[in-house]
Ligand binder design. Structure first.
Ligand code: GAP
Length: 511
């Protein structure tokens, strides 16, 4: 754990040093859980957005994208249930004065028991080698069975108490499990309370005429209220989807762990409208599609896992998270939710407008069901950054920090460098720069020794460095250095564009 926390600290300081992420309003000592994306961070973020948007909208005939306003009519949040039910159960430790989400404390306790099961499995594997039958082992090993029974019992109590909003029951569960505060180590807890996560503000400036409005806590509602506008204007036929990327705001109780949990963040959401009764088929389809999207980027399939929700949100009949192996361990990266017809029906009731679809294939009018995919852009950014950050020992005894970012997502695709600032090399390098600039985000770098320049590009994840040297002036060839292998190859300037394109193209990820 301590090692992982150190790892996160290193990533945070690397992200700041190289212009990826800065604490917000830093000259005023920052604002808690708020961050700004710097010159390289905004490039990386835009590339992630583009990969998502292209894959969702451009690669699906039946999905279109919108960009709805952050402010919405206050009734939207009454209808969606957020005013009454968008709460987190929170509990304070009286000694450390730290505040926690009660459900997260219990889930972390379950994870500790699960780790014991995994330890037994590892021991079994060691003992039985190739003869090890994991399934059989999980069904018969007494230690595994005892721990699994504990997990089942806790999950049942959690489902029951949280489902009924029985806050005393949640408190009793924490006490019965002997959960201690990770900071103070004490079990001196307050009662569990509900806390609404929406930020509100006032619309209109004249006293007495103002109305309370909210900053949207999810982008999804902007899609639901536009369902008919898009369906009719786009002549969309069910099944079809509406996608959106945009800011969302939540007054998180426990906002920490860098950009993992912020009060202002960005979501990439897609609502897929389907025929009632077909939602489970589409739910499975989208789970599969989304994990494929992740796997194609190449952060390592072992870094992802699915986690089915125990406590379903008020609108869902099935829900799963895609969790990623962040420096703090496996945590939620994306949610896939079967939201039934809850949202459209609620908006129908609150607005008095029909939100139905006439299905010509079955000759019926109905309120569509919805399967949603919802990923936090900032969490995806952290997943990419944290899994790409490495410190490597080199043969000459030195160390390099490298960001082995997926090339299609890297802020700069290529750095163009003259070996020296003499003999017409800068002019030649600038000519190459202007021939590549329209197709790739390039950086020109002539300061310091080549070794230092390579280290700088490694640290910001640039897949290729192109060096203009004496030979270039004679035969129009350059060396091209690969970030990951550090190998250099001499190639013709005329071949550069194709070589770079082959490596950094996003279309390969999309096909
Ligand atoms: N429309 C459904 C919805 O909003 P959610 O599970 O509450 O579902 C979806 O949020 C995703 O948004 C999460 O999986 C996470 O990646 C991201 N997210 C949620 N709260 C966040 C926060 N405070 N900071 C950063 N990302 C957050």
């Amino acid at each position: 754990m301590a090692q992982n926390e150190d790892n996160l600290k290193e990533i945070i300081s690397h992200a700041k040093e190289y212009g990826f992420v800065f604490p917000s309003s830093e000259i005023y000592d920052g604002l808690s859980a708020t961050y700004d994306y710097g010159q390289l961070g905004s490039e990386l973020k835009n590339n992630i957005k583009s990969y998502w948007w292209k894959s969702m909208v451009q690669m699906h005939e039946n999905i279109v994208g919108i960009d709805a306003a952050i402010f919405m009519h206050p009734s939207v949040w009454k209808a969606s249930g957020h005013v009454d039910a968008f709460n987190d159960p929170l509990i304070d430790n009286k000694d450390s004065k730290k505040r926690y989400r009660a459900d997260v404390l219990i889930e972390e306790h379950i994870e500790k028991i699960r780790a014991k099961i995994n330890k037994e499995v590892t021991k079994g594997l060691k003992r039985f080698g190739d003869d090890f039958n994991k399934e059989e082992f999980l069904k018969t090993n007494p230690n595994v069975l005892r721990n699994q029974a504990k997990i089942d019992d806790i999950e049942n109590r959690m489902r029951e108490t949280l489902g009924k909003e029985d806050l005393e029951g949640v408190y009793n569960l924490i006490v019965d499990l002997g959960i201690a505060c990770p900071i103070s180590g004490s079990k001196n807890w307050t009662e569990v309370r509900q806390f609404n996560l929406m930020f509100s503000t006032e619309l209109g400036s004249v006293s007495g005429e103002s109305a309370k409005i909210y900053l949207r806590p999810e982008t999804a509602q902007g899609i639901f209220v536009n369902f008919l506008n898009v369906q009719k204007s786009g002549r969309m036929k069910i099944p079809f989807g509406i996608a959106q990327i945009g800011k969302a705001f939540r007054n998180e109780i426990v906002a920490r762990q860098f950009i993992f949990r912020m009060r202002e963040f960005e979501q990439m959401e897609m609502q897929f409208f389907v025929r009632p009764g077909e939602e489970m088929k589409w739910y499975e389809y989208w789970k599969d599609q989304r994990i494929q999207w992740h796997n194609r980027i190449g952060l390592g399939e072992e870094n992802y896992r699915f986690h089915d929700h125990i406590k379903l949100a008020h609108y869902a009949n099935a829900a799963a998270d895609i969790e990623f192996n962040f420096p703090m361990g496996f945590k939620e990266l994306e949610g896939i939710h079967s939201r039934t017809d809850f949202d459209l029906k609620q908006h129908q009731e609150f607005s008095g407008k029909k939100l139905q679809y006439f299905d010509p294939e079955i000759n019926e009018n109905y309120v569509p069901y919805v399967v949603e995919t919802s990923i936090g852009l900032d969490r995806m950014f952290l997943a990419v950054l944290s899994s790409s950050f490495k410190k490597e020992q080199l043969e000459n005894g030195s160390e390099r920090a490298v960001l082995s970012l997926p090339p299609a997502l890297a802020p700069y695709k290529v750095a163009i460098m003259p070996l020296t600032r003499k003999d017409g090399m800068p002019e030649k390098a600038r000519a190459i720069l202007s021939s590549l600039q329209a197709d790739f985000n390039c950086q020109y770098d002539e300061k310091d020794s080549p070794g230092k320049r390579y280290r700088r590009q490694d640290a910001i994840g640039t897949p290729y460095c192109v060096m203009v040297d004496h030979q270039t002036l004679e035969d129009d060839t350059v060396t091209i250095r690969d970030r990951d292998t550090m190998l250099q190859e001499r190639v013709a300037i005329t071949d550069l564009s194709k070589i770079i394109e082959d490596k950094v193209s996003m279309s390969k990820l999309l096909k």
